[in-house]
Design a protein around this ligand. Structure first.
Ligand code: IVH
Length: 675
C-alpha cells in the first residue's frame, strides 16, 4: 500500500473514532479545531487521489444537493409493529401470557424506551453501511441511504475490526432531538413557514427530503434497538445490544434486564417521570423477551411479535369546557375556527385556546355548544382537541355550526373546491385581511420595516392613514405622531424603516405583495425568471409554469393576482414610491449566448456550484430545466450524476457537456474578441 493510501486510512479511522466518541458516547477526545483540520486534510487527499474514493469515508456525511426520488426497496424481513398496552395490568397480562406459552420456563425481559421518531432498517456488510430503508408499509420502504449517511451517530464503518457478522441488519429510530426541533421551529416561524407539530413529524419529514445537504443541516440523531441476521454474536437480545454499542452504534443507556413483574412495574414507574429529562421524545416503553430461542418459540401473529409489547405513556390530557368558538380571518381570507376554553393547566402551561383548524374537524369530532372537551399535549407542543366527553353533554345542545358570513366584513364565505377551508372573498375591503397583508409586507423577510406589529397595523388602518400597503409610503413622522401612543422617536423609527425599504431587492418586494402561494423561494424564482415587474405582470400561464418548481397552481395565482386592477394600482404606486422593481444589475442579462437553449444540470461540480451554473444559464439568456426531454439542448454533467438521467440523455441523443465545455461555450462569443 502506498503512503498516501495509508495516510488516508489513518485519517479516516481517527475521524471515525472521534465521531463515535463525540456523537455516541458524548465524550470527545479531539478538539474541534483538530477535527476540522484533519477532515480538511482528508478531503484534500481524497480529491487529489480519486482512486481511493470510499462512499463510507467520514467526508461523505455532508450530503449533496442532487435531487432524486427514492428507490423502493423490499425489506429482507418485514418490519412489524408492536402491540400497544396502556396500563400496568395489561403489561402484567402480557407477562403471564409469555409464562404460559413458555410452559413455566424461566425467562428474562429487556425493558427499553419506546423512542418516538421514525423507524429505519440498515444493512451492514463487512462492517460497512450498505443501505438504509424506511419502514414504508412494513413490506417495502424508501431507500434513504444518502440521508441516513448524514447522521453522525450512525456508523458508516464499524469500529471493531471483527466480532460482527459479515452481514446483518440493525433497526432503530431516527429522531430529532428536542433542542434541534425547537431551533428548527423557531427558524421556520421566522421564515413564516408552517411549524412541525412534534419531533416525530420533523424527523420523518427531514428523512424524506430530497436534498441530503439540507438533511445534514438538520442534525438528526438515532438510537438502534434491534439486531437481526444469521450468526449473531449472542443468543440473547441484551448482549447483542451491548455488542452493537461496541461496534459503534448508539444504543440507549436506558435498557435494563428485568427478572420479575415487580421489576417491570418499577421500570415503568421510574421512566414515567424520568423520560421528561431525556434529550429526545419517547412515547412509551418496550418490553422484549431476552432469549432469542424463546423469541423464536413464541413467534409472531400476523402483525406483531408475541415476544414483545409496547407500553404507551399517558399523553397529558385534561377535560375542560368549551366556552365559545371564534372565527379568525387570515391575510389570505381563510377562516380558522378557534375553541375558547375554560383555562386549564396542561403540561405546565395554561391552555385557553386551541385551533379547530377547519369545518371538517369540528364535524368529525361532533363538537356541540358547551361540550366538555379533551385537550392533549403529549409530544405535541400545540394543544390539540382530541375528543368530547359525551357523558357531560348538555341535553339538547346543538352542534357547533360554522359561520356562513365573514365575522369581520359580513361577506358570504366561499369554500374552495377540493380544500377544507372557507374563505372570505372580500380581499380588498375586509379589515383583518388588509391589516394581515400590512403586517406581512413590513415583516423581516419582506420589506423589513421595524416598529409595525399587529396592533400598530390595526391602528394605522383604523385611523385611515394606511388603507393598503402603498399608503405606507405616504406616511410622515408628523402624521404618525397624531396617533395615540406615538412619540417622535417611534414615529421616526418607522419612517426610517420605510425609507430603507426602498432598497430591499426585487424578490423580497414580490414576496411582500402577499400573492397567494408565493413564499420566499417562489418569489426568488419569479424575480429571477422575470427580471422585472413588467415582465412578471405580463407572463403567460405557460411561461410561468415553465419556471423551475413553479406549477400550474402558483402560476394561475400569479396571473389572477395581476389581473386585479387594485393590485396593479398598488404595484404602480409602489414603483412611484421608489421600490426595487427589477433584479439587481448583476442578476440581469449578461448576454444572449444561450438564447433558445434549454440546459439540464446534473451531478456535483468542482469549479462552480449548481446554483452558480443555474444563474449563468439564465443571465446568458438560456433556460434551466429540471428534467430531460426532447427539447433539452445540453446536459451539463458533473460528477456522480444519476444513471437514469444519463441514460435518458443518451437515448434522446442530447449533447452532454462538462463544466469546462460549458464555460467555453460562454467565452467564445464576440465580447471576448479584441475590440
Ligand atoms: S422493537 C418487531 N424497540 O415502535 C418489533 N421498537 O410499533 C420491532 N420503536 O415500528 C420493534 N422504540 O418504530 C422496538 N426500543 C424499541 C422501540 C421501537 C421505538 C418503534 C418502532 C416500531 C414501533 C412499534
Amino acid at each position: 500500500m502506498d503512503n498516501i493510501k495509508q495516510l488516508i486510512d489513518e485519517l479516516r479511522q481517527e475521524l471515525n473514532e472521534n465521531n463515535y466518541k463525540y456523537y455516541v458516547l458524548n465524550a470527545p477526545t479531539m478538539s474541534d479545531k483538530e477535527f476540522d483540520e484533519k477532515m480538511a486534510l482528508l478531503e484534500q487527499l481524497e480529491k487529489a487521489n480519486p482512486q481511493y474514493f470510499d462512499p463510507c469515508s467520514p467526508t461523505q456525511r455532508v450530503g449533496s444537493d442532487i435531487t432524486k426520488s427514492f428507490k423502493q426497496v423490499v425489506h429482507e424481513r418485514p418490519m412489524l409493529s408492536l402491540a400497544n398496552t396502556y396500563s400496568v395490568s395489561e403489561v402484567t397480562d402480557f407477562l403471564n401470557r409469555i409464562k404460559n406459552m413458555l410452559g413455566d420456563e424461566q425467562f428474562q425481559i429487556v425493558g427499553e424506551m419506546k423512542f418516538d421518531g421514525t423507524s429505519i432498517s440498515i444493512i451492514y456488510e463487512n462492517g460497512r453501511m450498505i443501505r438504509a430503508v424506511t419502514r414504508g408499509d412494513g413490506v417495502q420502504g424508501d431507500d434513504v441511504t444518502d440521508n441516513v449517511k448524514t447522521i453522525h451517530s450512525i456508523p458508516l464503518q464499524l469500529r471493531n475490526g471483527s466480532g460482527y457478522p459479515a452481514r446483518f441488519e440493525v433497526r432503530g429510530e431516527i429522531l430529532m432531538p428536542w433542542k434541534v426541533f425547537d431551533a428548527l421551529n423557531r427558524e421556520r416561524e421566522y421564515n413564516e413557514e408552517p411549524l412541525f407539530a412534534n419531533p416525530r413529524n420533523a424527523a420523518a419529514g427531514t428523512l424524506k427530503l430530497q436534498n441530503s445537504s439540507e438533511v445534514a443541516r438538520r442534525k438528526l440523531d438515532a438510537y438502534l434497538y434491534y439486531l437481526l441476521g444469521d450468526n449473531l454474536p449472542f443468543d440473547n437480545h441484551y448482549d447483542n445490544l451491548i455488542a452493537m454499542r461496541q461496534w459503534g452504534f448508539k444504543v440507549s443507556n436506558a435498557i435494563k434486564l428485568l427478572n420479575s413483574i415487580q421489576e417491570v412495574e418499577q421500570f415503568i414507574s421510574y421512566w414515567d417521570t424520568e423520560r421528561k429529562h431525556l434529550p429526545v421524545a419517547t412515547d412509551g416503553l418496550v418490553f422484549k423477551v431476552n432469549s432469542l430461542r424463546q423469541q423464536l418459540n413464541l413467534g409472531y401473529t400476523a402483525k406483531n411479535p408475541r415476544w414483545a409489547i409496547a407500553y404507551k405513556f399517558q399523553a397529558e390530557r385534561e377535560c375542560t369546557k368549551l366556552q365559545s368558538v371564534s372565527f379568525e380571518v387570515g391575510r389570505s381570507g381563510v377562516i380558522t375556527p378557534v375553541a375558547n376554553l375554560e383555562p386549564v393547566l396542561l403540561s405546565g402551561t395554561i391552555v385557553k385556546r386551541a385551533s379547530l383548524h377547519n369545518e371538517d374537524i369540528i364535524r368529525n369530532l361532533d363538537i356541540h355548544d358547551g361540550d366538555m372537551l379533551y385537550v392533549e399535549k403529549g409530544g405535541e407542543i400545540i394543544p390539540k382537541i382530541v375528543g368530547v366527553n359525551l357523558n357531560a353533554r348538555i341535553n339538547g345542545s346543538k352542534p357547533v355550526s360554522f359561520i356562513t358570513h365573514c365575522p369581520a366584513c359580513g361577506s358570504l364565505l366561499q369554500r374552495i373546491e377540493g380544500e377544507a377551508s372557507w374563505v372570505c372573498p372580500n380581499k380588498y375591503h375586509c379589515p383583518p385581511q388588509i391589516t394581515g397583508r400590512i403586517e406581512h409586507f413590513v415583516g423581516r423577510h419582506a420589506m423589513n420595516i421595524d416598529g409595525i406589529g399587529e396592533e400598530v397595523a390595526e391602528q394605522l388602518y383604523n385611523s385611515g392613514l394606511v388603507k393598503d400597503i402603498a399608503d405606507l409610503y405616504d406616511l410622515s413622522a408628523d402624521k404618525l405622531m397624531l396617533l395615540d401612543r406615538f412619540g417622535l422617536k417611534s414615529a421616526q423609527r418607522i419612517i426610517k424603516g420605510i425609507d430603507e425599504s426602498r432598497k430591499v431587492p426585487f424578490e423580497r418586494v414580490i414576496y411582500a405583495l402577499s400573492i397567494p402561494y408565493v413564499g420566499e423561494t417562489v418569489a426568488k424564482k419569479l424575480a429571477f425568471a422575470s427580471t422585472n415587474i413588467d415582465n412578471l405582470m405580463s407572463m403567460s400561464l405557460e411561461q410561468l409554469s415553465a419556471i423551475d418548481e413553479i406549477g400550474i397552481k402558483i402560476a394561475q395565482s400569479v396571473i389572477d393576482f395581476f389581473n386585479v386592477q387594485e393590485n396593479r394600482t398598488i404595484v404602480e404606486r409602489l414603483r412611484n414610491a421608489g421600490l426595487q422593481m427589477q433584479t439587481a444589475a448583476d442578476d440581469t442579462k449578461v448576454s444572449d449566448k444561450l438564447a433558445g437553449k434549454t440546459i439540464v444540470i446534473s451531478g456535483v461540480f468542482n469549479l462552480h456550484s449548481r446554483d452558480e451554473y443555474k444563474k449563468m444559464i439564465e443571465v446568458n439568456g438560456g433556460k434551466n430545466s429540471g428534467s430531460i426531454s426532447a427539447k433539452t439542448s445540453y446536459l451539463l454533467a458533473g460528477e456522480n450524476m444519476g444513471p437514469a438521467k444519463l441514460e435518458k440523455a443518451q437515448k434522446l441523443g442530447i449533447t452532454i457537456i462538462d463544466e469546462k465545455q460549458f464555460l467555453a461555450l460562454l467565452n467564445q462569443e464576440p465580447e471576448n474578441k479584441p475590440q
